[in-house]
Design a protein around this ligand. Sequence first.
Ligand code: FES
Length: 56
Amino acid sequence: VCSCFNVGVNQITAAVAAGCTSVDAIGATLKAGTNCGSCRSEIRAIIAANRVQAAE
Ligand code: FES
């Protein structure tokens, strides 16, 4: 997902499960989305998809 920091969907999914439910929280934890920013919309989509599952 994030090529700047080599962060993949599995790492982001795990971070969402651990409580990172915003793009900024993911950035604080994994650095993903904090450099060029081009992956931020993808990160947001992953958060949205996994947050729903986590809440159910
Ligand atoms: S690809 Fe994620 S910050 Fe650049």
